[in-house]
Ligand binder design. Structure first.
Ligand SMILES: NC(=O)c1ccc[n+]([C@@H]2O[C@H](COP(=O)([O-])OP(=O)(O)OC[C@H]3O[C@@H](n4cnc5c(N)ncnc54)[C@H](OP(=O)(O)O)[C@@H]3O)[C@@H](O)[C@H]2O)c1
Length: 328
């Protein structure tokens, strides 16, 4: 099969289309003939040598695909209600930039009605991440306020739409006025340009001084102290990335007085059983919203797989709202 290899750690050009042996589906797994592969920021970190594949995962990058079931563990397929030929999208621990991918059956979901393969391939990584962090870990409730850092990122466009659909008020941050306008178009109630405004001060103002209930943080570093300042009583910060640095100092007194929670998680190394539990919740609570068009995939651009280097260069340029997808 053809796959996009990281030939050595480095710039986008190290991504090259090569022949690789086709993977084999083991117990509880299925093979997907891939039509489209989603790109996520962690793929860029893997390409540059800062995020190696976890033990047992393919060294081919790519955390999500959509395509058709080719074959698999018959008992596991039947138990999940799938059959050969069904269109699915899947969360992977690696190996997504390939014509054929192997996935645990529990990490596969049907392609929501009405969605293309490209749209379906853009879903798993951000929907599993946002659901498990904002709703399971952060316990966001209807009527609460969510602050989403990086509102136009792949994660951000999912977080804005999901939180709105679940009845929360959403404040999003972005690095330009154009991106702020895009956050509002996606349904955010308020958008803050973090380059020209102090997001913590603005968030407190926008909540009448009460503060926000949950922060989805992909920056960390000195953001954590400012997020602590703008949290409401019993507020939660969920850290999913440390783009601004992993060391954070903050006012611990506020944590006690306001009973705050600072937590976080990373999806890729979690066990299949955990990811399967997230998949079940997504299928029940979120897939009907996608099929009904109440939440929409946001695709910024598509590239043929042979042009994966150009796709990564676009990813790193930052000039983008939503997802980039490779096609086969
Ligand atoms: N923990 C997990 O399980 C998990 C899973 C998937 C992804 N992630 C992480 O989540 C982040 C988003 O992933 P993605 O694939 O959606 O990436 P992406 O589309 O490349 O987005 C990166 C975002 O970070 C924002 N950003 C950078 N510095 C910022 C700052 N100082 N203040 C506010 N926003 C800032 C950017 O905003 P502007 O463009 O507006 O500047 C951009 O929207 C990445 O860091 C990724 O590694 C974590």
């Amino acid at each position: 099969m053809r796959a996009v290899d990281i030939t050595s750690p480095g710039a986008p050009e190290v991504l090259q289309l090569r022949e690789r042996p086709q993977p084999v589906a083991g117990a509880g797994e299925l093979l997907i003939r891939v039509a489209a592969s989603g790109i996520n920021r962690p793929d860029v970190l893997q390409r540059t040598g800062h995020y190696p594949a976890p033990p047992g995962a393919s060294d081919v990058p790519g955390l999500e695909v959509a395509g058709v079931i080719d074959c698999g563990d018959a008992a596991a397929l039947a138990e999940a209600g799938f059959k050969v030929g069904d269109r699915v999208c899947a969360l992977l621990a690696g190996g997504g930039y390939a014509e054929v991918a192997v996935a645990p059956v529990g990490q596969c979901l049907p392609v929501p009605a009405g969605l293309s393969d490209i749209e379906a391939a853009s879903l798993p990584e951000t929907f599993f991440t946002v659901w498990s962090n904002v709703f399971m870990r952060g316990r966001l409730q209807p009527g609460e306020t969510l602050l989403v850092q990086g509102g136009t990122s792949g994660i951000g466009v999912t977080a804005i739409q999901l939180a709105k659909a679940m009845g929360a008020t959403v404040i999003a941050t972005a690095g330009s006025d154009e991106k702020c306008a895009a956050c509002l178009r996606l349904g955010a109630d308020h958008a803050i340009n973090y380059k020209s405004q102090d997001f913590a001060e603005e968030a407190r103002k926008l909540t009448g001084g009460k503060g926000v209930d949950v922060v989805l943080d992909m920056v960390a570093g000195d953001y954590v102290a400012r997020e602590v300042e703008c949290l409401a009583e019993d507020g939660r910060i969920v850290i999913i990335a440390v783009q601004g640095g992993s060391k954070a100092g903050f006012n611990a007194g506020l944590v006690l007085r306001r009973r705050l929670t600072i937590t976080g998680s990373t999806l890729r190394p979690r066990p299949v059983a955990f990811k399967a539990s997230v998949a079940r919740e997504l299928r029940e609570h979120v897939w009907p919203l996608l099929a009904a068009g109440r939440i929409k995939p946001v695709i910024h651009a598509t590239f043929e797989a042979a042009r994966a280097a150009q796709a990564h260069a676009l990813m790193e340029s930052g000039a983008r709202v939503g997802k980039i997808v490779l096609t086969w």
